[in-house]
Structures are given as C-alpha cells and as structure tokens.
Design a protein around this ligand. Sequence first.
Ligand code: NAD
Length: 303
Amino acid sequence: MKTLGLGRNEVNKGRIIAGKAIARTVQKEIAAKAARLIQKGIFPKLGIILSGSGPSQIYAHSKERACAKVGIRVETVDFPADVKFEDLKKRVEKWNREKSVHGIIVQMPLPDKVDSARLLGLVDPAKDVDCLTPANLGMLVAGRPRFLPATPAGIVELLVRSQIRISGQRVVIIGRSEVVGKPLANILLLRGKRGDATVTVCHTKTRKLTEISRGADILIVAAGKPRFVKKEMVKHGAVVVDVGINQTDRGLVGDVDFEDVAPEVSAITPVPGGVGPMTVAMLLSNTVAAAAAQTGEADNAGI
Ligand code: NAD
C-alpha cells in the first residue's frame, strides 16, 4: 500500500492517508508562525487544567510535549481528584484575566462529580482553543467560526492535504457526539473547500445504517466501537476516515476493521497514526491563532 499526503505528486496513487507525516508538516508551519510572534515579543501560551489520574494525564502530557516542539509555552495546573468546583473556577477566571495566557484547556475527563459543562462555559471564548464553549460552537453553526474544534478540524485538514475533494461529496458521519460528529457536520457544511459537502449524521437510533453508509463518498466513523465498520458498509472506492481509538487486548484499534475495509476503498486513515496526530496539531494551531488574534497580529492566525 502506498501513502497519501506525503507530496503533491503522489495524489490519488496511494491508499493510506499519512496522518503522522501530514501532522509533522502542519506542526512545522505552526512553529514558523509561533516564531514570527516570538520575534515580536509575543509568547503564545496555553493553560491546561487537569484533575485526576488516568487518560487525562496522558492527553495533557502529550499536548505539553507538542507545544514545546513548536514554541508554545504551557502551564499545567494539576488539581487533586477531590478538587472543589470553586477552585477550578478560580483558575479559569484567573487565566481569563491574564494577558500572557492565550489559550485555556479544561482537560477531559474530569472527576465525575465536577460539572465539566458548567466549567467549560466559564472559559473566555477568545481563549477557548478546544472550541467547546457554547459561544464558539454557536459561531461555527452560524457559519462564522472563531476556532474549529481540534479533532473535526484535523479530519478535514487530513482530507484537504491529501487532495481529497470534499465539495459536493456525499459525506456520512457515524457518531453524533459534541466533540466529533456534531461539530464535524457543521464544518463540512461551511462554504469553501473545507465544506460544501452533503452531510448525513448517523447514531445509535439510525435505521438501515449499512444502506446509508454505503452511499458515502467519504465515510467518517466516530462511534467508539472497535472494528465496527466492515466492508459491507462501505462503497467500493470510497474514502474512509477512522476516528476511533479503542484499547483492546490486541492493542489500539479503530472503529473500522482496517484489514477488511482497506482493499475496498480508495483511501483510508490508519489507527494509530491517522486522525490522532492531527488533533494535537490543530490545537496548537488554534493556540497560535488565539495569541495572534489577542495581540492584533491576526494575519498570523490559523494554518
Ligand atoms: P461518543 O461515545 O461520545 O459518541 C459515539 C457516537 O457514536 C454516539 O453519537 C453514538 O450514537 C454513535 N454510535 C455508537 N454506536 C453506534 C452504532 N452501533 N451505530 C450508529 N451509531 C453509533 O464518542 P466520541 O467522543 O465521539 O468518540 C468516538 C471515537 O473517537 C472514540 O473511539 C474516541 O476514543 C475517538 N476519538 C478520537 C479522537 C482523536 O483524536 N483521534 C478524538 C476524540 C475521540
């Protein structure tokens, strides 16, 4: 199998969309933008709120490492698992006020007893680089996004940089979560090369899922079900994007049965090394864009 996305000359010859390689390219572009801001005395900075052990620690630390690579400063505050809501709120409000902090992340999952939706709602939308506040999601739905949420933006960027046309295509998304399916559908409906798609969103109550998914030119799967999509669910020659990350006794697998589906499709993302690396890259991009916007250097914003 060949790899898509390594260079313009390989367009349409390959099959595996090289998320890792594309993410590296994006990170280089972000580092150059961060360097231009730093030359002007603007030091892009991300604040991460963390509480509890487990996956949130792993996610936060991988973001810290990625920030360091592109020249973004990071401050992580690691609260104990029994933290009070008021303490988390105070930290959000402090960073909302501080000019030196340009982006704020509330790392999920938080301990169960914390009202994470309420906490997220307190983040200044100008610093909400995860694009999870109702204000920023509203702007996306209104067709005037301030930021694009990281995972959906990463998916679209992967397609664009692999020269896969989105405009006019029939895109089916399996999964309607607030972090992936729903915002992704809204990005794909924006006008322009990242959008203009005909979008169908499926979920657990969808009837005749196979019939619908087989109609997709581009099938994007974010169901959280290991190897859920088999070749019967995919049209011959379609593009398949696998968002799933599932830890199984056979290691990390996606929501798509890769071995079964890959021979049927024109392009497919692997797991790991597909959407995952792009998610972090898009967060870095939003943070540099936020720093630029907050300091009147908006021309340096975005990727
Ligand atoms: P979620 O559990 O919040 O939502 C899953 C969605 O899939 C729901 O809307 C549900 O209705 C739908 N679904 C589940 N089973 C279905 C079925 N049998 N038929 C039709 N629809 C079905 O999950 P999420 O947060 O959107 O994440 C989805 C997957 O993507 C997970 O594996 C997660 O780990 C992964 N993920 C990856 C990244 C990344 O950076 N690569 C980021 C976020 C999530």
